[in-house]
Design a protein around this ligand. Structure first.
Ligand SMILES: [Mn+2]
Length: 248
C-alpha cells in the first residue's frame, strides 16, 4: 500500500495557485497511490462554507472528489487554518476528517497530527484554538454577512498565527519530543507532523518523529511505505554522523 502525504500547501497564500498541486494529485493513481493523507493547512485559510470558497478551494476539492472516485482513500487532518470542515459541503471529498489519524503503511504504525497545540503549557494558544473552532464561533461566522464574516476570519487567522508566533520562529524541539514520547507509547512507531514547515527527523524514546517540509517550499508529495522507512533510517544515520562530525 503506497500512501502519499501532503502538508501545508497554503494554496492562495505562499503556495500560490492550485494548478501545480492539482497536476500532482491527478498523477497519484498512476503512481500506485492507494491512500492520500492531507496533513492540514491545504489552503491559506479554509472555512467550511461556500461563502468563503476561493478558486483554489473549488478546483482542489473537485480534484479530490475525482481521486476518491478513482479509488484513492483520502484522509484530512485539520490544521490551524482549517475551520468547520467536518460539517461542511466539502466533507464528501474525504473518507475521514479529524484532528489526528493512526494508520499502518509499509509495516510502520504512523500517527499523523498537524502539529499546532502540541504544547499543553501553551494555554493562551490552546484556548484561542478551542474558541475559534467552537460551535458558537461557527454559528457566528456562518450567519454573519459575508463581508463581516470574512473580516472576522482574517483577523482570527492573524491572531492565531501571532499567538503561535513565538513557537514557530524556532522549532520547539523539547515539547515536540515530550509529546511524541507520550503518544508513541500508545502504540505507534512514527509521529508524523506538519505545521513547522521545515523537515526534521528525530529518534525519541519509543520511536521516531518526522516533521514534514511544507509543500509550499518543497513542491513535493511525500511517500510512506515505499522504501521510505529505509530513507527515514538513512537520514537519521546521516544526522547522527553530522552530530559526530560537529562534536569532534
Ligand atoms: Mn499549521
Amino acid at each position: 500500500m503506497a500512501v502519499a502525504v501532503i502538508a501545508d500547501a497554503h494554496l492562495g497564500g505562499p503556495g500560490g495557485p492550485a494548478g501545480p498541486l492539482i497536476e500532482q494529485l491527478r498523477a497519484l493513481p498512476g503512481q500506485g497511490c492507494t491512500r492520500l493523507v492531507l496533513l492540514g493547512d491545504l489552503f491559506q485559510a479554509w472555512i467550511g462554507h461556500r461563502k468563503f470558497e476561493t478558486p483554489e478551494i473549488a478546483a482542489v476539492v473537485d480534484e479530490l472528489r475525482a481521486l476518491r472516485r478513482a479509488g484513492v482513500r483520502i484522509d484530512y487532518i485539520e490544521g490551524n487554518r482549517d475551520f468547520f470542515l467536518a460539517e461542511s459541503p466539502y466533507a464528501d471529498a474525504f473518507d475521514s476528517i479529524g484532528r489526528e489519524l493512526a494508520f499502518t503503511a509499509g509495516g510502520v504504525r504512523w500517527l499523523a497530527v498537524h502539529g499546532d497545540g502540541l504544547n499543553d503549557r501553551d494555554r493562551q494558544y490552546l484556548f484561542w484554538r478551542w474558541l475559534s473552532k467552537s460551535a458558537p464561533a461557527r454559528r457566528l461566522v456562518l450567519s454573519a454577512p459575508a463581508r463581516l464574516a470574512r473580516r472576522v476570519v482574517a483577523s482570527t487567522e492573524d491572531r492565531l498565527s501571532r499567538t503561535n508566533f513565538k513557537h514557530k520562529r524556532v522549532i520547539p524541539e523539547r515539547p515536540i519530543r515530550a509529546y511524541a514520547e507520550r503518544r508513541l507509547a500508545e502504540g505507534h512507531d512514527v509521529l508524523l507532523l506538519g505545521h513547522f514547515h521545515e523537515e526534521r527527523k528525530w529518534e525519541v524514546e519509543g520511536g521516531r518523529v518526522w516533521l514534514l517540509e511544507a509543500w509550499f517550499t518543497s513542491g513535493r508529495v511525500e511517500w510512506l511505505g515505499r522504501g521510505v522507512h529505509a530513507h527515514l533510517e538513512d537520514s537519521i544515520e546521516e544526522n547522527d554522523e553530522m552530530g559526530r562530525l560537529l562534536a569532534e
